[in-house]
Design a protein around this ligand. Structure first.
Ligand SMILES: Nc1ncnc2c1ncn2[C@@H]1O[C@H](COP(=O)(O)OP(=O)(O)OP(=O)(O)O)[C@@H](O)[C@H]1O
Ligand SMILES: [Mg+2]
Length: 248
């Protein structure tokens, strides 16, 4: 689904140059989930923007399903770090925004959005505004908006970083469930080691800026019952700590 070959990205503005990504190569199969982890400022969001077609790489090649990524591709959805909800729109209006932009009529919007809100436990909040919601609920609205468009590729930038540990673990389970049920391909940026291991069938470990690939680890046990309590999970977390240079 994603083929990235020797991707590099340098931001240039006026006389300043920031080398953000260097020589990133990886392939991701359809139906996989890729956790991208690395230190702050190493280029994780930049990589996600390149995959979404919002930024062109300075060098190298990237293809999504064989094509150059295009920001207007309806098969790709991107959820930003701050959820991107409009405060003056209700939960329902926020969730149906993408469909409205694409010209779906009111009836069609309703038929698609209401079951999704229902499934995400948000139906009773349909008329609420984002300020009336908790962080976890806001995150679910952002997810609902993306799912309404039935994407094949879902890109998430630190979706859970502002949440408390309990909400975070519940939403991690929830994301795993969505990934299985909708047979999505998922790319999730995080700087949380446990989250990367819990959610990624593959884990891309990045170096300090300019972000390079330190390792791509396969995680075949992802999603199996009791994974978070298993020794395989804890071993993988330790391995990541080692790769990222975290002192135990
Ligand atoms: N539009 C831009 N113009 C110039 N430099 C940028 C731009 N966007 C990001 N950068 C720089 O590129 C580098 C990588 O940024 P990026 O946002 O991709 O990092 P990140 O890994 O997502 O960081 P964090 O974990 O803090 O979110 C940083 O040094 C940043 O300052
Ligand atoms: Mg970022």
């Amino acid at each position: 689904m994603i083929a990235a070959e020797k991707l590099s990205l340098t931001y240039e503005k006026d006389n300043t140059r920031v080398e953000a990504l260097a020589d990133i190569t990886f392939n991701l199969r359809k139906g996989s989930s890729l956790s991208v982890i690395g230190p702050s400022g190493c280029g994780k969001s930049s990589l996600l923007f390149v995959i979404a077609g919002l930024i062109k790489p300075t060098a190298g090649k990237i293809a999504i399903d064989g094509r150059v990524p295009d920001r207007t591709n309806p098969d790709t959805a991107l959820i930003l770090q701050d959820y991107g909800l409009f405060p003056w729109k209700t939960v329902y209006e926020n969730a149906s925004l993408g469909l409205r932009v694409r010209g779906y009529n009111k009836r069609a919007q309703r038929d698609i959005v209401m079951p999704i809100l229902e499934k995400l436990g948000l139906a009773e909040f349909a008329r609420h505004f984002p300020t009336q919601l908790s962080g976890g609920q806001k995150q679910r609205v952002a997810i609902a908006r993306s799912l309404a468009l039935s994407p094949k590729l879902l890109l998430m930038d630190e979706p859970l970083s502002s949440l408390d540990a309990l909400t975070r673990e519940n939403l991690q389970k929830f994301i795993l469930d969505i990934w299985f049920r909708h047979s999505l391909t998922l790319v999730l940026v995080t700087h949380n080691i446990e989250e990367a291991v819990f959610l990624g069938s593959h884990i891309l470990v990045m170096s300090e800026r300019p972000g390079r690939v330190i390792d791509i680890i396969e995680n075949p046990l992802v999603g199996t019952p009791g994974f978070r309590q298993s020794s395989g999970y804890h071993q993988l977390c330790s391995r990541l700590r080692g790769l990222l240079g975290v002192v135990n």
